[in-house]
Design a protein around this ligand. Structure first.
Ligand SMILES: [Zn+2]
Length: 278
């Protein structure tokens, strides 16, 4: 699933390409992802409107529009934002937007967990209501060890599971939680409440640094497809992952002789090094 660095990489391309462009056409595919409002109203609220900017909150892309509304996109498990240069709709293309300068933007999602909504600033529509409960992002200046400590304190759940909670570490998913725990030297199945202050402090730093590195290397594209950049090219952080997707391979911590293991924690496949994560 695309996480904060992948969505941020997409946001940066779209911000450059679409800011100041006016929407002239909206086309729907035959099979749909969750959307709001229905097609006729969706089209009515978008056509003729200019994109003022493209933002991001957690794993959501947020387009600010000249009519005061926002177009919100969540890529779900396998969603992609692409620009196709031909007329026929792609097999898994749910939505295509066309702009005044001829640019197009397509939302493609084979597994259909994605969501596309237009909001008016009032109550959020059901498909994106999860946005209301999101906490700060580990790359925010105000995100600190005191905040994380308060969220982990007294909790019996494995620390890995709590890092996936968007109220605790907004924007983090399966890849970056495993990488942050490895950087911090903490075993993912540790009871969250058992972390000592220096460990929480290391984890706070690791969450921020791994997300920033992910952005710097334009996100992680695994071999099972899923995330690609807007131009269809792959990210390059997958070459720098230290544990995720590396079961049976040597740990990448300098001096560590450990071998990466995989284990299910809270229903999610989790990668860690038993030698250097305590
Ligand atoms: Zn190791």
């Amino acid at each position: 699933m695309p996480e904060l660095p992948e969505v941020e990489t997409i946001r940066r391309s779209l911000g450059r390409q679409l800011t100041g462009r006016r929407l002239v056409a909206v086309k729907f595919g035959t099979r749909r992802v969750a959307m709001h409002p229905g097609p006729a109203e969706f089209r009515r609220q978008l056509i003729g409107v200019t994109v003022l900017g493209v933002g991001r909150r957690g794993k959501y892309l947020v387009f600010s529009l000249s009519n005061g509304r926002k177009l919100v996109l969540h890529l779900g498990m396998s969603g992609q934002v692409r620009r196709f240069g031909y007329d026929a709709m792609h097999k898994h293309e749910h939505l295509r937007l066309r702009f005044s300068d001829g640019q197009t933007l397509s939302f493609v999602d084979a597994r259909r967990f994605g969501r596309v909504c237009v909001t008016n600033g009032g109550a959020l529509p059901r498909p994106i209501r999860g946005m209301e409960r999101m906490g700060p992002e580990p790359i925010d200046a105000g995100y600190n060890a005191a905040f994380l400590a308060a969220r982990l304190s007294g909790r019996n759940a494995p620390v890995k599971s709590l890092l996936l909670d968007q109220r605790v570490a907004c924007g983090v998913g399966n890849i970056y939680s495993d990488e942050a725990l490895h950087r911090a030297g903490i075993k993912p199945d540790r009871r969250a409440g058992s972390l000592k202050p220096p460990e929480v402090s290391r984890l706070t730093g690791a969450l921020g640094s791994v997300l920033r590195d992910g952005i710097r290397w334009c996100g992680t594209t695994m071999s099972d497809g899923g995330y690609v950049r807007v131009d269809g090219s792959v990210g390059s952080f997958q070459d720098r992952l230290r544990v995720y997707g590396r079961e049976g391979e040597k740990c990448r911590r300098r001096g560590c002789k450990g071998v990466v293991r995989r284990k299910r924690i809270g229903g999610r496949s989790t990668h860690f090094c038993p030698a250097c994560q305590k």
